[in-house]
Design a protein around this ligand. Sequence first.
Ligand code: LLP
Length: 423
Amino acid sequence: RDTGFKVRSGALHAEGVALGRIAQAVGTPTYVYSASALRAAARRFREALAPIPRKSLAFAVKANSSLAVLSVLRDEGFGADIVSGGELTAALAAGMKAGDIVYSGVGKTPEELAQALRAGVGHINLEGEREGEVLAATAVRMGVEATAMLRVNPDVNAGTHAKITTGTRDSKFGVAFADAIGIFDRLSKRPGLTLRGVAVHIGSQIMELGPLESAYRRIGELVAALRARGHAITHVDLGGGLGVDYHGGSDGDVTAYGAMVAKVTQDWDVTLMFEPGRYIAAHAGVLLTRVVWVKPGEECPFVIVDAGMNDLARPALYDAWHEFAAVAPNGATMRAHVVGPVCESSDRFAAGRLINRVKEGDLAVLRDAGAYGASMASCYNSRALTAEVMVEGDRFAVIAPRIDAAAIRPQVVPDWLDAHALD
Ligand code: LLP
């Protein structure tokens, strides 16, 4: 696989641009994306789905909400899978057509539903009956027709990390399989609402096709049952994409996935929708960081870098592995803990890992950080929000500047108002 990041003349480059050049211009920590790598992954995914006659692809904006990333994917023919009003704004700003947007999310507020209707969002994935009632009533009030899908929980364990499993019985997402037909019957009678089909998503970073196939077979049964009751089912949303390998091995087998989906859905006669995030963006980004100190430790030294868990939360949240590599590797290695500056022990990117030898002031990267990296960054410890850069060939652009915590959330010392004096 070509991730867009390679060592050339002793220095790690993003496409044709030395990462040292970017650090010089923008500072660290900084996310760096390769536009070509994004495009290549988008095309791999699309080609893998070639056996499927009618389909639409929507990039999961939660994986990476940078406008530059979204616009590359728009040019590749992707719509957007969104989960908030903020992501709706981002998708529209990146030039996505409202009709190509799928709105999922278990806690869309009535205001967000109205915002979606105003924008003309193509598919609203309902995650509960009450949400559908409110959506229908809002549509009637606005004089529009809402087009929606019902997200169903198939009660299948995806075999991934518990914190990113979404389709088991106790999961908050979608409606229970057993309740789906009743809810579909009732909601489809509501004026203002056209239910087009069902949606399913059982989790992220899924490497095995078995659980996906089980979930899709259940959805197939549901589609047949709904049709038998007279419902017109034109769309089925099959959820997020496959997982990737963070150790440099093979990613989820998208070709086998495409073949499995084609087989399972051959009689469905619907437009299938896909919402990949990680598969498209993960390998296309690194987090560029600088070694602040190398400090002796009990078992091995601590390599303290200037990126922290606020910049890349995945290791702290899911014990996720991101390869740590020197920007100018000299062939030597060392065993070390790689940690960030944040005041939490979970701010650790690697524990006792064999890494390229680095010293104070060296540049390094955490690889495969293009998905769920910058989009999950925060200002914890009042740290700045990380800058983002995109590279295309020999050019690079700052696509998000570094922003001081104080600028993101301006704080004021209280200027008290007497509540009763306002009556
Ligand atoms: N569609 C829905 C309804 C989703 O909930 C998700 C991800 C996706 C699509 C995209 O899934 P993907 O293709 O990326 O697997 N922050 C976690 C991942 C959370 C995923 C949440 N839902 C992580 O960093 O591993």
